[in-house]
Structures are given as C-alpha cells and as structure tokens.
Design a protein around this ligand. Structure first.
Ligand SMILES: [Zn+2]
Length: 102
C-alpha cells in the first residue's frame, strides 16, 4: 500500500507543475503583446491562400498602379524586414502615422 501512496503524491505534484507552466505562458504572451505587434504589416500586405497555405503578398505600389507583389509564406517577420529594406517603411513610422490620425 505504501507504494500506492507514493504514486498519489507524485501525481498531484505533476498537476501543480502543469498549472504553473500555463500561468507562465500567459504572462509571456502578455509581455509580447501577441499578434498585435505584427499586425501593422497587414496595412501593406494582403493575406492570400494558395493550396491551403497562407501567403502574405506585398501591396505597396512601386510605381503608380503597379504593386510590388512579393510573396512570403507564413512569416510576418520577413514581411516587416521587406517593408523596411525595400520600401523604407518601419513599424515606428506606421505607429506615428496612426497616432497622428487619432
Ligand atoms: Zn514590397
């Protein structure tokens, strides 16, 4: 019977650990701000699905009426790098613009 008691103690300890882990995860998400941090790129990208894969397509106009059209697969960090390197658009600029509009 003594080994059974030990099992019960271990089981409840594991449950406690799981609860702590999920609390930590929630905290990390709050600090990072979730998807809001990257959402600004969608001002300049369109979401496109090809064969169930999500692409981000750049819709910044290079010349009047001609869109850039660069595609990125599933990665918004590449999108923000592209905007800054190719179009000179940065997150700071976008946020400043939004502040001015309000
Ligand atoms: Zn582009």
């Amino acid at each position: 019977m003594s080994s059974r008691d030990k099992e019960n103690v271990e089981a409840s300890t594991n449950e406690h650990d799981d609860a702590e882990t999920s609390n930590k995860k929630t905290k990390v998400d709050n600090i990072r701000g979730g998807s809001n941090v990257r959402s600004w790129i969608w001002l300049y990208f369109d979401r496109v699905y090809i064969s169930d894969i999500r692409y981000a397509v750049c819709k910044v106009e290079m010349v009047k009426g001609k869109k850039c059209g660069v595609k990125y697969k599933n990665s918004t960090s590449n999108c923000s790098t592209h905007l800054s390197n190719v179009h000179g658009i940065t997150e700071d600029q976008v946020q400043n613009k939004m502040m001015q509009n309000q």
